[in-house]
Design a protein around this ligand. Structure first.
Ligand code: NAP
Length: 278
């Protein structure tokens, strides 16, 4: 009897993710992250919520615990601060129950590039790219070791559109798309699913925080609809999910056009148009 119990214990310890994994969500105090928290709690996942506003996370956690009977931990952290980010990295590295990371925390800054203060620019780059990739880096080796798990990175359609005029924000979101596609190629064969989610304008506080009146936007998706659609993509194991894109063939054509160029990059000589007369 003793031996059977021990074997059972060892099995459970060595592969804790065979149970429903915990989900660590950054930017979980409001908006898209809070909606992810609600949806994953409804699916029976325990949660780790990360953001700066502890009171808001506590209120959300209390409601979700009561409604869904799940366990919820809170980590108060400003992900632009190295020591606070490190605490979240440690949790991801060490807590074998966490099998899904939702890299959602993000921000924008208003104005054109020459109007934006250099420290604000650096802050959104740190939050939208450095924190995101450090958290992915903290969790990925453990997920690969387990041969299962998922990383959801929240990008934006702005990352596909320099024309939208949100240059630094868009550049950080282009980073998210590239990183996610590359990680998907690296990690999917090792059993780890990586998804980039690209929302367009969604009704959250991000607009007001960056000084934009959301009512001036031509079309705005409700946050619940956005996250439900993103989770359809998640359940289908899509590598890139763009909830507002109605014609999926457009994305496929865009990827195909990009891939057409790849074999031509290996060249000894510059293209004809760049050759100077001898
Ligand atoms: N809403 C849209 O139209 C839209 C469109 C495309 C992509 N996105 C992306 O979706 C993600 C979520 O944005 P949202 O629209 O839900 O925005 P939001 O309502 O402003 O929420 C942002 C979340 O990130 C957290 N956060 C902000 N700065 C942080 C920091 N320094 N450290 C830790 N947490 C921080 C905020 O919590 P605290 O303030 O409590 O820290 C909040 O929970 C972002 O990556 C955003 O770029 C949004």
């Amino acid at each position: 009897m003793m031996i059977v119990m021990n074997i059972g214990f060892i099995r459970e310890e060595s592969n804790p993710m065979t149970a429903i994994p915990s989900v660590l969500i950054t930017g979980a105090s409001t908006g898209i992250g809070a909606a992810y928290a609600e949806r994953f709690a409804r699916r029976g996942h325990d949660l780790v919520l990360v953001a700066r506003d502890k009171a808001r996370m506590e209120a959300l956690a209390a409601r979700l615990r009561q409604e869904n009977g799940v366990a919820i931990d809170i980590i108060q952290a400003d992900l632009t601060k190295a020591d606070e980010l490190a605490a979240v990295e440690t949790r991801l590295r060490d807590d074998a129950r966490v099998g899904i990371l939702v890299n959602n925390a993000g921000a924008n800054v208003g104005g054109s590039f020459i109007e934006q203060a250099i420290d604000d620019v650096a802050r959104i780059v740190a939050l939208n790219t450095t924190a995101l990739v450090r958290l992915a880096s903290a969790v990925a080796p453990r997920l690969v070791e387990a041969g299962e798990g998922a990383i959801i990175n929240i990008g934006s359609v702005v990352g596909l559109a320099p024309e939208f005029g949100m240059t630094v924000y868009g550049a950080t979101k282009a980073f998210v798309v590239f990183l996610s596609q590359g990680l998907s190629l690296e990690l999917a064969p090792r059993g780890v699913y990586v998804q980039a989610v690209l929302p367009a304008a969604t009704r959250t506080e991000i607009w007001e925080r960056a000084g934009t009146d959301i009512n001036t936007l031509p079309a705005v998706m409700e946050v619940g609809e956005l996250v439900d659609a993103a989770l359809v993509g998640f359940d289908r194991r899509e590598s890139v999910t763009i909830p507002p894109l109605h014609d999926a063939a457009q994305w496929d054509a865009y990827q195909a056009a990009r891939q057409t160029m790849l074999p031509g990059f290996a060249q000894v000589h510059a293209a004809e148009r760049y050759r100077t007369a001898p």
